[in-house]
Design a binder for this molecule. Structure first.
Ligand code: FAD
Length: 317
């Protein structure tokens, strides 16, 4: 079922969902299931599965370094299919512009359609590790709005090189990313919001936000989005702080601000176990306020670990 239908069916009740990251190549998939199992009692209607960018690796060959390109965490669509059939849940593959030609994207979408996946999340993807800026793959998309356009075209039977009139078209519900503290490359929040509007105008059905730690940022973002005519659901993304290093890494990677009170609390902690407890308490308060303000879903970035998310979900649902 589509995310938008789940939200409609919930009739104002806030839903619980989360995002998982595929295991590294060679890891046992069972570990992923072991982390998902404890969260299923909270009845997530959907689970997102990320896609990782390809990266360069260097292999020594006859004394020389041979550069190869590889994806360290493949398997997004396969994992989605396995979650759908193992847990009877809607699984949402993240589809990227970066690293994919339009043809490859079309084939991937056809796979998703045949597997009965009703939703996809359309994202540009970040720059590759060695790049300073994102560069589009040859014959790929530059912006997520173009990818949304391709997905919506496919829903109408418009393939890249042919139009096929048939009742068997895909009907993907499309999610896109939104940034309450603006995207790192964007000159201003207003400009970024106009870009978000372009994604919605291209056909995006809902938005999932980047993580934030101050609810006011989310509420202001939603207000501004509504003011420029973005009417689709805007799902808040929540990440519980879990280790000391998050104080540096999260602002650096995602260009976001951490509230002073949270920073002080974390700095007082002597162990990461204590940091985790602070993170859980903070996320519970965040979620309680979000739910009181009728957000459609609270969506957690699990990063493959579920114990803290289970604690939060137990306190709020
Ligand atoms: P876009 O919407 O294309 O925007 C990128 C930048 O370009 C923004 O600054 C925007 O303002 C600007 N822009 C947009 N259109 C135009 C235009 N026409 N002209 C000029 N500027 C423009 N990354 C992964 O690699 N894998 C994942 O699975 C993944 N999942 C994510 C899930 C969520 C919920 C979020 C919030 C992010 C996720 N990301 C993921 C990260 C995402 O790929 C990066 O943040 C990426 O840098 C931007 O992606 P986007 O889809 O928002 O890009």
């Amino acid at each position: 079922m589509k995310v938008t239908e789940h939200i409609k069916q919930a009739n104002g009740k806030t839903l619980f969902s989360f995002e998982i990251v595929p295991p590294q190549k060679g890891q046992n998939i069972q570990e992923l299931y072991n982390n998902i199992d404890p969260l299923m009692e909270f009845k997530p209607p959907f689970i997102d599965v990320t896609t990782s960018r390809e990266e360069h690796i260097y292999i020594e060959k006859s004394g020389l370094l041979d550069r190869k390109i590889t994806r360290m965490r493949p398997g997004t669509v396969g994992i989605c299919a396995s979650l759908k059939y193992k847990y009877n849940v809607d699984a949402i593959p993240h589809v990227l512009c970066g690293g994919f030609t339009m043809e490859e994207t079309e084939y991937l979408l056809v796979d998703c359609h045949y597997l009965g996946l009703d939703n996809v999340m359309a994202l540009r993807g970040d720059a590759m590790k060695h790049e300073t800026y994102f560069t589009a793959t040859k014959n790929g998309h530059q912006y997520a709005s173009e990818l949304v356009g391709q997905i919506k075209d496919l829903n109408r039977g418009k393939y890249l090189h042919e139009i096929i009139e048939t009742p068997y078209n895909s009907d993907f519900c499309v999610g896109v990313a939104g940034y309450p503290e603006k995207h790192i490359e964007s000159p201003s929040l207003d400009s970024d919001l106009r870009r978000l509007k372009e994604k919605v105008d291209a056909g995006a059905d809902y938005v999932v936000t980047q993580m934030f730690f101050d609810n006011k940022k989310y509420f202001d973002f939603v207000e501004k989005a509504r003011a420029i005519g973005i009417t689709v659901p805007i799902i808040p993304g929540i990440k519980p702080i879990a280790i000391h290093r998050h104080l540096q890494v999260l602002p650096q990677v995602f260009k976001l601000d951490l509230p002073e009170i949270l920073v002080n609390e974390v700095e007082k902690c002597e162990t990461n176990k204590q940091v985790k407890e602070v993170g859980v308490r903070w996320a519970i308060e965040q979620c309680k306020e979000l739910i009181a303000n009728n957000v459609p879903v609270v969506h957690f970035y699990s990063m493959g670990k579920s114990d803290n998310i289970k604690e939060i979900a137990s306190a709020i649902f």
